[in-house]
Design a protein. Sequence first.
Lengths: 417, 406
Amino acid sequence: MRSVASIVASNGLAILLTVVVLLPTVAVFAYVATSPLDQWLSNIGVWLHNRGGWDFPVFDTELRFAKIGFAIRSVLIAVGVSFLYFWISNWLNQGMARARDPQSPGRQSAVVEAIQPWIFVGPALVLLLLFLLVPAFTTLKLSFQEASGDFSLRNYAFIWDPDALGYLQFRFAMRNSLMWLILVPTLCISLGLLIAVLADSVKWGVVAKTFIFVPMAISFVGAAVIWRNIFAGGGIEAQEAINGLTPSYQIGLLKSLLGHGPDYNEPLYALRFWGNFFLMWILVWVQTGFAMVIFSAALRGVPEDTIEAATIDGANPYQMFFRIKLPQIFSTVLVVWTTLVILVLKVFDIPYALSANDDDKLLLATMMENARNNWSVGGDNVDNLFAAIAIMLMLTVLPNMFFNAWRIRKEQREMGH
Amino acid sequence: MISKTLKHVVLALIVFIWVVPFVALVTTSLRSEVASKTSGFWTAFTPTELGHRFRTHTEEQEFTQLTGNIFDRINTENEAFPVSGEVQSILFKGRVPDPEREGKTKLLRQLIFVGEPMDVRGGEFVFEANGDFVWTFDEATTPKPKGLDVFINQDPVFGTEAYMEVLFENDHVPNALISSFIVTIPATIIPITIAAFAAYAFAWMRFPGRDWLFVIVVSLMVVPTQLAFLPILQGFSNLAAWGSQLNAWITDCELTDTCQLPSKSFASLWVTHTAFGLPLAIYLLRNYIVGLPRELLESARIDGANHLQIFTRLIVPLSVPALASFSIFQFLWVWNDLIVALYIGPADGDDLVFPIRLEKQLGTFKDQLHLLNASAVISMVVPVIVFLSMQRYFIRGLLAGSVKGG
């Protein structure tokens, strides 16, 4: 009689193989089998087009509807396959355990119980392994290699060698990262605290908080477009207007308030050095809502008796906040701070959208993109250089990562798990 | 009481600063091209001096005196944003007889004000503030139509022209919308399915290495995604090369030269987003599921339910709040994502997701701010609706310990 362990191993392998072969096949087959849907939908589109008398080319309609068809079936197949995995592997697990050990329900259930957790966590672990863990180490390896695969420190030369590619950019990126790192979390946290305190003490606080909160739903690129209207430079040159000639005005609100004429055409975020602060402000605008919500909840959680005691002792509102409430929510402030620091270190979209090629505004993430697109590197090791910058980015995040891991461990222990 | 007033004032000021950019966005998107690129959005609500060009007449005709109205002439060409207001001046550019040299002409560029006569093609042109103009010649002539640049103190006018244009006259924005949906829906549903199963296992099943696996998973939450891009790309291009060969082997794609499978596709984006979203999802869901009453689970086990049944019949219905809060996170995250789509997503122009399209439009619509802003508004409608309607769950998720950064 075989041991439970060997049954578990062979059943597990069988399930794994079945799933690995079956699911892609089902996906491809379903994809091919449903492809007439696109044609069918584009026919409907053409019918609607002719009926509605739409005034753009019928070809566009066909394409658009075919694409919607593709979208629908892709979504259904992708979601269907992922459900199918759980159902099929569960069914196989039960069925095979029963088939191989029909006489002993105890052993059946032992086999099922041993395999079941891995069916449940398997996809998550495999994905994380393949898409985060292994790539991270591959990147580490790449960063210490030449394009040929030989070991080399050359990719990191931008750190110490003034002649190396990226030496200057790296300095700018580190300088800017440091500024972002100090200013953005500080501003978000102080504004968030201020708003949380103010909003909880006025009647229209909920409305106010919603307004502050909404930017969190918006993409960073969208935020960049939004703030462009405020930070932009002057209107187009008079001669360039489509209508032949139009007066030229300042179209950016802030520059207009600062009293700049239309001839002063540079957007504020493009200013040398100072432009960084306007880019930072956009991130502050997006993220303050996050800090505010967390603090608002934390402040409400401050025990009532400590506040009462302070009131009886005659504390004024400022003492109440700084001496009583703030110390009690300090751990929350710390959590928000780490979250924001990590976010800032990885920030990419805002500087990329508004000042992509400006060395003066580089951050590590945009420096990576610049390296990939714009630097032609001797020996063709641009990928390795890219990897080296990614590792630098990782190093800046690392202290926070350890702090986070420590905090979560502590939290788990306190919860008693 | 001063401090009470101060509270209101400070809060109102902050809210004002937060809201003004939205006002700028929507206002600019509702203006005409000329207005949006030559005057600030804050001037849209009051009469503002704007430049327009009109032609005196369209068909050549013989006359000694032509009368007309500048506003009528402008508005025949521009239906979406009818111009009204007060004519300020005309910038005359053209040739007039040179007083110093007999029989010669000189190029004149001069601002002419209401009531002043000016010499246009040898006739006398006079206009009023209400737009009426009279063009008189000494004898009947057939002058060519003249284009004139006029400054008008223009009344506020808004229209949805920009939305019509980006939605119907160009396929970039509709394609971006469809692509964003193609990417976002599976990239929200798949990770939540996978994560819910994993979270259940982490919470309530026993298996070797459970606790340290969970800690690893959670600490992956803050790993910068940039770190993974190159190897993932490499992996997908290997997979695509392999798939292309298989395709060539199985189908008759050589005939149509369509064997090549793209390495950057919607599917690669789904999988990558799924993987990147998993740590937060597992963390949130596991912490929620572990707090559900244990007796419930045990009684279900005694009744003979297997894990899949317990999961689908008990855990999922009970975890709806946690599932909802993660779905919103992931939906907003994927919908608004630029960098993953830039590195891993499809590169074909028709398949670009909205943030990439918008980023490109920052360049292409540099001088068509009404279109840029309209496109941005369209990109925000979906996430803002989702966000506002499910705000409660979003906040709950945030409070449950969001440590995921951008």
